[in-house]
Write a protein that binds this ligand. Structure first.
Ligand code: 3PY
Ligand code: MG
Length: 264
């Protein structure tokens, strides 16, 4: 867990998988492909607290850290998922300084926050003893606040300055809906792009982690090159679609070439 936080703060881009299918077998399949971290989506994905507990363990088998995304305002889940061994938590719709303070308080132990003691599995996964975990946990259990409304963007510096907030993740879909006053979803609209640059600059100044969502490899590469610390590259549903298209397309192509051998 300490290694996860260090990696995400290293200044080198980390590629995140985005898991929506609430099944540890799928997470194990994803974990074999070299992602740095796996987001478990409990806001719009199908994950429940139970499935996240299982998937944190499934990813840990491959030494891959996990960042669960909780539902809006489900801060109590945030503490419990840290107890279960998550490397940190992504909280959607952090729109006020008060939201940010409350979120951080559930992630950090006193005196910084109010996280209640009980990290049963996190201690085992961290390899630390009780006292060392208690001493170090506030430094490596990450609170990532989602900035995805006009309101949040306006006070991004204040949100990121809240003690105990470790970084931000821009949700480009919701942000575009908000910035375009509900007219449409346009994740590459110039205003969204300007927001990506603006909040990244604030994070660099304050020494916070910068993360965002990219729906595909090309956008992920672009955002990594711009200096983002964590970029997603698609979701498990897109990985499935790409794999299916490649297999089915490949089969049809082979079938059109009589005599081609599979080698199987
Ligand atoms: C958004 O784009 O709004 C997200 O929450 C990330 O997918
Ligand atoms: Mg969103």
């Amino acid at each position: 867990m300490g290694a996860c936080a260090a990696k995400l703060r290293s200044g080198k881009p980390s590629y995140a998988a985005w898991s929506t299918i609430a099944n540890p077998v799928v997470v194990e399949a994803i974990a074999q492909h070299g992602f740095d971290v796996i987001v478990l989506d409990g806001q719009h994905g199908h994950h429940t607290r139970e499935s996240m507990f299982q998937c944190i363990a499934a990813a840990a088998l491959y030494d891959i850290p996990t960042l669960p995304r909780i539902g809006v305002g489900n801060f109590a889940d945030a503490s419990q998922l840290c107890d279960a061994g998550a490397c940190g938590i992504i909280a959607p719709m952090i729109n006020t300084v008060e939201d940010a303070r409350t979120f951080a308080s559930f992630i950090k132990f006193p005196p910084q926050g109010e996280r209640s003691w009980g990290p049963n599995r996190a201690i085992t996964l961290s390899g630390l003893d009780r006292d060392s975990y208690f001493k170090a946990a506030n430094g490596f259990t990450l609170s990532i606040a989602m900035i995805e409304t006009r309101e949040a963007l306006t006070i991004a510096e204040d949100i990121l300055s809240v003690p105990g907030i470790d970084g931000f993740l821009i949700g480009p879909s919701d942000l575009s809906i908000s910035l375009l006053d509900g007219a449409r979803i346009d994740t590459v609209h110039p205003d969204v792009d300007a927001a990506l640059t603006h909040v990244l600059a604030i994070a660099r100044r304050l020494g916070k982690i910068a993360a965002t969502f990219a729906p595909n490899a090309a956008r992920a590469a672009e955002l990594a090159a711009r200096g983002y610390d964590i970029v997603t590259a698609g979701t498990d549903q897109s990985y499935l679609s790409l794999g299916i298209a490649a297999e089915l397309g490949g089969a049809k192509q082979m079938a059109a070439q009589p005599g081609a051998k599979s080698g199987y």
